[in-house]
Ligand binder design. Structure first.
Ligand code: ADP
Ligand code: MG
Length: 538
């Protein structure tokens, strides 16, 4: 193994900056939206989540009487629990769009604080199921064929959430499958909810200048986009199939981490998704960890490594990894379901993530700081040294603690909080990743309370650094450039553009050919020298 401690500084060209915010969409039915918004307001007031009493003392004097008035409407629900818990309850009450809003807000511990985000994250997306007969009708309408032509048997619902519910069924070839069906009329409910949210964003933008920094319009459109995706089961089928490919590839390369059930494409339509039945026992079942031969430590390692390998090696990760979506079987097999949210990281974010995890593993704070500046995440008017100092404040309290007390996800969360102080704008995918990491760690810790997350993560991060930034990668990149230079050269020599031959006859070797050959040769030589130079200087 090469020297891993001092890979060359990252190339800014491989990082991406945040994309343009989504465009605002007009409110379709302002009167209906306003009416529903008042309904939302009354539910929030009942839960004391509109202007929570806890923040009243912090408000300007002129707002306090308004807050006091709103508090008159607080019901029994508004008297119990912390603000995040009350808001979560109110959102559960308000349906799918509010639930989604809550889930997204819960990922922003950097803005709202850790406790609030955690409380809001407990929001439950469980609803009474709709009847099986209606589910059969929905399938027939979506797939355009009778349920009996597809399934030998079709069972009662096993889980129901605000957007969809799942049923067990059996195919003609005897395979057991899970069929997920969108709730009847849920698209209309979502469209109306989004309309109200758009109006709310407009109002906030107009009347709450301090909130403009949070770009309420763009925020609502991000939610709208993510819900549109979740309301098309064909897209979830595609995500399931892609993630299965990735998981199987990762497993074949470095041992079994996690897998996913196969998609039954005959049973996929806009409103219906059919997946093979997941292997193993649901991890929500208390009997699951009692299975004979189950290796809880290996299972805990697997969930962490699978997640990290998906994110770092493939740039696409299952972003909803909790026990409700995981199945386990002996000795340490994991199967994931529910591909409604897939997080995606571009090459730049993958590199950023690997670099910071590696930096923390090595306690190399100046290096982590440099990565932030070179990526353009932190504006150059800040000092690298001051940033490195802030990073040390995050990292050092953690180092030396017992492994069981160290949370990688929370460390990243604190890092993101600190980066906000340095005007750093993070891509939402990184925040989604951090949130998922907290969830993954929760799963690992519940399997083994002493689980060492860093030790579990190290091989994946180390492998990535070695592969992408180590000496071999340097040589590989140098050789690649050499080859592409040589190819360009040989193309030019073998097939010079025809009309120019006339010029050759007249003037000998034309200037353009000389220039091209010189450029290609110097580029190849420079690439080779650079790669050798950086290896020598390690
Ligand atoms: N392929 C499957 N095999 C077995 N059970 C499944 C499968 N897919 C879903 N389920 C069950 O149905 C529940 C709901 O499905 P899920 O895809 O997680 O939907 P939701 O988005 O509502 O959480 C899961 O928690 C799981 O218990
Ligand atoms: Mg689920």
């Amino acid at each position: 193994m090469g020297d891993l401690t001092t890979p060359p500084p990252p190339d800014p060209a491989t990082f991406r900056v945040a994309p343009a915010a989504p465009k605002a969409v007009p409110v379709r039915d302002p009167v209906g939206a306003a009416w529903r918004l008042m309904g939302w307001g009354s539910v929030l007031a009942r839960h004391d989540a509109l202007i929570p009493r806890e923040i009243t003392p912090l408000l300007p004097a002129w707002v306090r009487p308004i807050a006091a008035f709103v508090h008159l409407f607080a019901g029994r629900e508004g008297r119990e629990g912390r603000p995040g818990q009350r808001l979560g309850k109110a959102f559960e009450h308000l349906g799918p769009v509010a639930i989604k809003l809550g889930q997204v807000l819960a990922t922003r511990a950097d803005i709202f604080g850790g406790e609030f985000a955690t409380d809001l994250g407990r929001l439950k997306d469980k609803l009474a199921p709709f009847p099986t007969d209606q589910a059969r009708r929905e399938i027939e309408r979506s797939l355009g064929r009778p349920v009996d032509s597809l399934f030998l048997d079709f069972g009662d619902p096993i889980g129901a959430a605000s957007l969809a519910q799942a049923h067990p069924a059996w195919l003609a070839d005897g395979r057991k499958v899970a069929v997920k069906i969108l709730r009847p009329g849920v698209e209309r409910r979502v469209a109306r909810g989004l309309d109200s949210m758009r109006l709310a964003a407009r109002l906030v933008h107009r009347f709450v200048p301090v909130a403009r920094r949070l770009e309420p319009d763009a925020f609502v459109e991000t939610i709208a986009r993510s819900m549109e995706l979740e309301l098309d089961m064909r897209l979830e089928a595609a995500a399931a199939s892609e993630m299965k490919d990735i998981m199987d590839k990762a497993a074949s390369e470095d041992g079994a981490h996690m897998t996913a059930p196969g998609v039954v494409w005959d049973g996929v339509g806009k409103r219906v998704l059919t997946l093979e039945w997941a292997n193993g026992m649901p991890m929500t079942d208390p009997q699951c960890i009692e299975q004979p031969g189950l290796d809880k430590d290996a299972l805990a390692d697997n969930v962490v490594r699978a997640f990290l390998s998906q994110a770092l090696d493939y740039g696409a990760f299952h972003a909803d990894l909790h026990e409700g979506n995981l199945f386990a079987s002996a000795p340490a097999e994991l199967t994931a379901v529910d591909f409604g949210i897939v997080g995606r990281l571009g090459p730049g974010e993958r590199r950023y993530l690997a670099e910071i995890l590696w930096g923390f593993l090595q306690r190399d704070y100046p290096r982590i700081a440099r990565v932030h500046f070179e990526a353009g995440y932190v504006p150059p008017n800040h000092s690298v040294e001051a940033f490195a100092q802030a990073l040390r404040a995050v990292g050092e309290p953690v180092i030396g603690k017992q492994a069981s007390q160290v949370s990688m996800g929370r460390l990243l969360g604190q890092l993101f909080e600190i980066t906000a102080l340095f005007d750093m704008h993070l891509r939402p995918e990184l925040i989604l990743l951090q949130k998922t990491m907290v969830s993954v760690e929760g799963v690992a810790r519940r399997l083994n309370p002493d689980h060492d997350l860093w030790a579990a993560a190290r091989p994946v991060v180390e492998r990535w650094i070695l592969r992408e930034l180590g000496p071999r990668a340097q040589i590989r990149d140098g050789v690649r450039e050499l080859i592409s230079g040589a190819r360009a050269l040989s193309r030019l020599v073998q097939d010079p553009p025809r009309p120019e031959t006339v010029v050759i006859q007249k003037y000998g070797t034309p200037a353009w050919l000389v220039v091209c050959i010189s450029v290609a040769t110097s580029a190849s030589l420079a690439a080779l020298l650079l790669s050798i130079w950086s290896i020598i200087h390690r």
